[in-house]
Design a protein around this ligand. Structure first.
Ligand code: MBD
Ligand code: FE
Length: 286
């Protein structure tokens, strides 16, 4: 546990923050699909459930348990968590299947727009003595044709060494381990941060109850979240993982891809402690 956090992180509190964040970015009542599309998708979803009920002879007791659980997911404000952990990876796969540049992966529930803008050589906002192995994450951003993208933006957010995200757990400074870094004229960036810890999704809410009831585990491997963009190019939302880390092979959110695994090495003597790693981003044209 952290020494700074006095209040306990709870599923309901992080769920409420994630739900509020989502609502503030996506107007409710806005329809993005026509009647025909909704008819198709809703009918197929409902029919898929009917098939499961028949195939597995689902009982009234099981039906009632499902109903109670669905009600509770809403009461815990855990729909963003549920959807991003178990569904989003396939939406991302479909959305980005034709990209030629860097691989993307899911955004997850803990992105917050408007993080501090930082220069190309940056240190993320962090507490004095922030725990964790220092990490220099550097690279450059190019277009698919190899052109360096001057002034590209690398937005980064990640959990701390206890697996907590600022604005979703109590006691953390508002923008801790969040920032958007503006690359230099040659598209290069150098970001000083710390290596995040693996992330355990809250076990005290409805998603946690499902995980326990099904005998699954609640872990995501340690990861950096990123959104990389440049004028005239498609923004990519991605994550980067750490080779050999726990749960790289069995991410509960199924969001790891081989291209997204970093292998940091100790920084060269004289440059300080910690690890460094280079990762270059290639953006598709808009
Ligand atoms: C996370 O940190 C995350 O990235 C996802 C996808 C789901 C839950 C927590
Ligand atoms: Fe995450």
């Amino acid at each position: 546990m952290t020494d700074i956090t006095t209040e306990q992180a709870t599923a309901a509190a992080s769920g409420a923050a994630a739900t509020e964040r989502f609502r503030s970015r996506h107007q409710s009542g806005h329809t993005s699909a026509g009647t025909e599309r909704v008819d198709t998708l809703a009918t197929e979803l409902i029919t898929a459930v009917h098939d499961i009920v028949r195939r597995h002879q689902v009982t009234y007791a099981e039906y009632d348990a499902l109903k109670a659980w669905l009600i509770q997911v809403g009461q815990d404000s855990e729909w963003p968590l549920f959807l991003d952990v178990w569904i989003e990876h396939v939406v991302e796969e479909v959305a980005n299947e034709n990209r030629e540049g860097s691989k993307g992966t899911i955004e997850g529930p803990y992105y917050v727009p408007g993080s501090p803008r930082l220069p190309a050589e940056a240190t993320l906002p962090m507490r004095d003595g922030e725990k964790g192995t220092p990490l220099l994450f550097q690279g450059h951003v190019t277009s698919v044709d190899g052109t360096p993208l001057s002034g590209a933006t690398v937005e980064i957010w990640h959990a701390d060494n206890d697996g907590y995200y600022s604005q979703f757990a109590p006691g953390l400074p508002e923008w801790n381990l969040r920032g958007h870094v503006v690359a230099d004229e040659t598209g290069h960036f150098w970001i000083n941060t710390i290596e995040p810890a693996p992330y355990q999704i809250p076990t005290d809410g409805s998603c946690g109850r499902l995980i326990t009831a099904a005998g699954w585990h609640a872990w995501r491997p340690a990861h950096l979240h990123l959104k990389v963009s440049a004028p005239g190019h498609q923004l990519i939302t991605t994550q980067l993982y750490f080779r050999g880390g726990n749960h790289v092979e069995d991410d509960i959110a199924q969001a790891v891809k081989p291209e997204l695994i970093l292998a940091p090495t100790p920084v060269a003597d004289g440059k300080g402690d910690g690890n460094e790693v280079t990762y270059d981003f290639v953006l598709d044209k808009a």
